[in-house]
Write a protein that binds this ligand. Structure first.
Ligand code: DP6
Length: 355
């Protein structure tokens, strides 16, 4: 495609895309953003990014050029990273290279919430880029091919982002128990979740809202020479098989056992890397102990998972909301300024009308 035929004011696209929390963790990669094991995540509803992309002709003829505004202000640091991401994915797009891309982005969750924003931001941006391609090709933004491509592109930006383009739950990484699963993009779970899991709630208990000490990319890298790497990849793939069964059968106890095993295994990998490091804080451990104790005492359907940080995601079905509420009231004491975020399983990204 040689000539760019964009209108004077350019064309505008806007997507809202959520974050996700992995239940089976992606930790370790091979090659270019290829996961060492398959992962499964729950898409969130309340933690999302809204990204607007305006594409104009770039008369300089210098390939894609990017300006980036984050939460209303020009942000050159992010802008440089985003421009380099966009350049890296250009080979997969059939729209003309000489475009000026004016990108504006914002999260609805506070910057300091300790929630990873790369999943929501990279997926929102990738959806906008795929919509731009469709503007040129006349394709539809509603087909499964569209979302598959958006997932593929999101993955290049951040692995976990590729799962955010689908609602409810998504699997990324080839796995024999998931038809159509692939290392280069995520797929939505194709079966109906048992009603126990159809209205999952997630209360994020913010132990520390600060930036984590060791980034996920360093963590992934440390898996390369990790003594337990192969055992971990095997464990994750086996856990995925068992989790899929629990999700279909409505087996809460099996679900809790697997999800907590994944959370602790992720952090065990960090502790036993060389050099090892700890992202959990003393209050993270206190919360874990208390959740386990409370479940034992009351039989309440509550369990926890962790991201690569000190904060806890407390998971429970809507039917356990009252018991979870009593526990959360107590757990707030271990949180930073009693800070919690109420979230739930969400429907996935949404194309918005542009302002
Ligand atoms: C612990 O997706 O942030 O959240 O691909 O390098 O961007 P990059 O890593 P990233 O890693 C996420 C790790 C995790 C587990 C998960 O989401 O599966």
């Amino acid at each position: 495609m040689e000539t760019v035929n964009l209108p004077e004011n350019g064309v505008l696209f806007c997507w809202k895309s959520p974050s996700n929390i992995a239940l089976i963790k992606y930790w370790g990669k091979k090659g270019n953003q290829v996961p060492a094991n398959a992962s499964l995540s729950m898409t969130l509803s309340e933690a999302y990014t809204i990204t607007q992309l305006r594409a104009r002709n770039n008369k300089k003829g210098a390939g894609p050029e990017v300006t980036f505004r984050f939460e209303g202000a020009l942000n050159n640091e992010f802008g440089v990273r985003i421009e380099s991401f966009i350049k890296s994915v250009m080979p997969w797009f059939s729209f003309p290279k000489d475009v000026l891309l004016e990108i504006e982005s914002g999260n609805n969750f506070p910057h300091s919430a300790g929630i990873a924003s790369s999943a929501s931001s990279m997926s929102a941006l990738s959806l906008c880029l795929c919509s731009l391609e469709n503007w040129f090709t006349g394709g539809s933004d509603e087909t499964s091919d569209f979302f598959r491509k958006a997932s593929f592109i999101s993955r290049i930006g951040s692995g976990s982002a590729c799962r955010s383009v689908y609602g409810k739950m998504a699997v990324w990484g080839g796995h024999q128990a998931v038809d159509g699963s692939h290392d280069e993009y995520a797929v939505p779970t194709s079966f109906d979740l048992h009603p126990v899991f159809d209205d999952l709630l997630d209360t994020v208990l913010i132990v520390d809202p600060g930036k984590k000490k060791v980034s996920s990319s360093i963590g992934h890298n440390l898996m390369k020479d990790h003594a337990f790497a192969e055992a971990r990849y095997h464990q994750a793939n086996a856990n995925l098989t068992s989790l899929l069964l629990a999700l279909k059968q409505g087996d809460w106890n099996a679900f809790a056992l697997i999800v907590e095993n994944e959370a602790l295994s992720l952090h065990a990998m960090m502790m036993t890397s060389i050099p090892g490091y700890l992202l959990m804080h003393p209050n993270t451990l206190s919360i874990i102990e208390r959740i386990t104790e409370y479940r034992k005492q009351t039989g309440a359907r509550v369990c926890y998972t962790l991201d690569a940080g000190p904060n806890i995601h407390l998971l429970y079905p809507k039917s356990a909301e009252n018991e979870a509420g009593i526990l959360i009231k107590e757990l707030k004491n271990y949180c930073y300024k009693e800070y919690i975020i109420e979230d739930s399983m969400g429907k996935g990204p949404e194309k918005l009308k542009c302002r």
